[in-house]
Design a protein around this ligand. Structure first.
Ligand code: FE2
Length: 307
């Protein structure tokens, strides 16, 4: 299987993260997160090719260790990005658990931040988990993307590798830790703490779900963004999201339509909804053109089609 075809989208538009530039977030997502997933796909293929009867133990040891590192890097980056957004406090049930296990939210924040600052100049993760043995919350320190408590559920994860902050904060890890802690949206963490399935975005499609897509891609990036772009998804038609009256002309009603924007948020979602209201079979690409490119998807030069 390809993990790369199941890249997770960001939790919110990068411009909505207080204290973080879009340049930093996009670089972190495309180079470090997607890079870990590319490594995981390559390692998975190598492992599948090992002959259990003849492959030496050092091959198993090396590849299984690298699989663990790459898999946890994928998972922790997804949790890291998922929590970043317009800040939302923990809901009352999770807030009560934080009070129970740390004394108060502020006490938890102070201890979590201290663990982050302790990794300044080094690398690793600080993770809030629900540990399996007692069900209580705990703060973990994870080097090399690993070393977590067995069976613990990660709730929020702070990336302390320098690539996560150097573009915006230089070596000032303390300012980065404070900015990150001030930008946590606790919604998804609370769902994991309760053991609930991840929330589904209606009419979203992942790259894996597209399969051998026989429909039509529609580019609905914001006007200035589209004007500056050089590439589009294969065969994409252009619809300006600011001109909904022109949506219907030229689009086929007998084929599936997948609308995309940069990251998979409002421009593609709203455009797909407007198309559905006009009778089209339209969904939106959950990871946008950024995720498509990061997954290795092919691109066309812009200018071949428009509506
Ligand atoms: Fe990272």
């Amino acid at each position: 299987m390809s993990y790369l075809k199941t890249l997770k989208p960001l939790g919110a538009k990068p411009e909505s993260y207080p204290g973080f530039s879009e340049r930093l977030v996009a670089s972190h997502y495309e180079n470090n997160y997607a890079g870990a997933v590319r490594r995981l796909d390559a390692i998975t293929a190598r492992l599948a090719a090992l002959d259990p009867a003849t492959a030496p133990g050092f091959d198993w040891n090396a590849l299984k260790r690298e699989e663990l590192v790459a898999y946890n890097s994928m998972l922790l980056h997804e949790i890291h990005f998922e929590a970043l957004g317009p800040a939302m406090p923990p809901p009352p049930d999770l807030a009560a658990a934080i009070d129970r296990d740390f004394g108060s939210y502020e006490a938890w924040r102070a201890r979590f931040a201290a663990c982050g600052r302790a990794l300044a100049g080094g690398s690793g993760w600080v993770v809030l988990v629900r540990e399996m043995r007692s069900g209580r919350l705990a703060i973990q320190w994870c080097a090399d993307h690993t070393m977590g408590f067995a069976g613990a559920v990660p709730l929020v994860a702070l990336d302390m590798y320098e690539h996560a902050y150097h573009l915006d904060y230089g070596a000032n890890a303390t300012a980065y830790v404070d900015a990150w802690l001030g930008a946590i949206d606790w919604t998804a963490a609370a769902a994991r703490w309760r053991g609930a399935p991840p929330p589904q975005v209606p009419y979203a499609t992942s790259i894996a779900e597209l399969g051998d897509f026989g429909g039509v891609f529609v580019d609905a990036r914001r006007g200035p963004t589209y004007a500056a772009a050089e590439t589009v998804l294969p065969g994409a038609l252009r619809v300006d999201p600011a001109a909904p009256d022109g949506f219907a002309a030229g689009l086929p009603k007998d084929r599936e339509i997948v609308v995309y924007c940069v990251y998979g948020f409002s421009f593609s979602r709203d455009t797909a909804a407007a198309l559905r209201a006009q009778g089209f079979r339209a969904r939106h690409l959950d990871v946008g053109i950024v995720g498509w490119r990061a997954s290795g998807g092919s691109l066309d030069a812009k200018g071949r089609g428009s509506v």
